[in-house]
Design a protein around this ligand. Sequence first.
Ligand SMILES: NC(=O)C1=CN([C@@H]2O[C@H](COP(=O)(O)OP(=O)(O)OC[C@H]3O[C@@H](n4cnc5c(N)ncnc54)[C@H](O)[C@@H]3O)[C@@H](O)[C@H]2O)C=CC1
Ligand SMILES: CC(=O)C(C)=O
Length: 244
Amino acid sequence: MTRLLDKVAIVTGGASGMGEAHVRRFVEEGAKVVFTDINQDAGSKMAEELGENSLFVKHDVTDEAGWQAVVEKTEAVFGPVNILVNNAGISMSKSIFDMSLEDYKKIVNINQVSVFLGMKSVLPSMQKAEGGSIVNISSMNGIVGGAVGYTDTKFAVRGMTKAAALQVGHLGIRVNSVHPGVIETPMVTQGDAVEQIKEFAKSIPMRRMAQSEEVTNMVLFLASDESSYSTGSEFVIDGGLTAM
Ligand SMILES: NC(=O)C1=CN([C@@H]2O[C@H](COP(=O)(O)OP(=O)(O)OC[C@H]3O[C@@H](n4cnc5c(N)ncnc54)[C@H](O)[C@@H]3O)[C@@H](O)[C@H]2O)C=CC1
Ligand SMILES: CC(=O)C(C)=O
């Protein structure tokens, strides 16, 4: 299990759901992983369990100064950053009639502005490392429409990925987006639309939601050198939903 041997990675939203699965697998694959989240309790417990090749830093992905601190801490403890997974995000299921500007700005800041801040903050460190891989977690709703606000941010992440990829390819830095369908994480199982989502899952071509680890396999491929010629691309993992 050495697909990320000696790579230094940052994973946001790493204390739960898909982010947690990515962190655990990256450590198993030999990476040194700094993972961040606003959930201090879950993050600290996980870091204790994972041991010396991981470090938890409490960080809100909308906080620009905090991003600098995360990168500085990563370099001080493990060295320059090779991998960034911009995973943290929230969902929101209000209609356009009910959504306030405050709601809208909140989801744009957490799901979209954070991705800009993350990429901008790690690039100098990736230049020190002489290359890197950025994996931006969008959604199937970055390919086809869904909830207002959420869809807007996930389409943006897909576009931001391509724009950044064009600018940093010559530096040996790759940037790709991942587009999960319906994944069984707390975002889905603890949300207010759980029954509707379960019903919806019956209409997925593969007739089920995915487990986080199935998305991790894709993220791991993109984070590793195995995807050395992939950049500016979107990788869909949705059980066939966007093929419909
Ligand atoms: N679960 C699903 O079906 C799908 C999820 N996604 C995306 O995948 C990513 C991960 O989602 P899940 O694992 O499902 O969600 P989750 O809710 O299980 O995990 C998200 C994590 O992000 C953290 N977080 C939230 N706001 C934050 C902030 N401001 N700063 C730092 N951390 C913050 C949460 O504390 C949590 O630990 C999100 O970007 C989501 O939009 C995309 C497609 C499908
Ligand atoms: C499709 C999606 O991004 C969900 C369920 O959060």
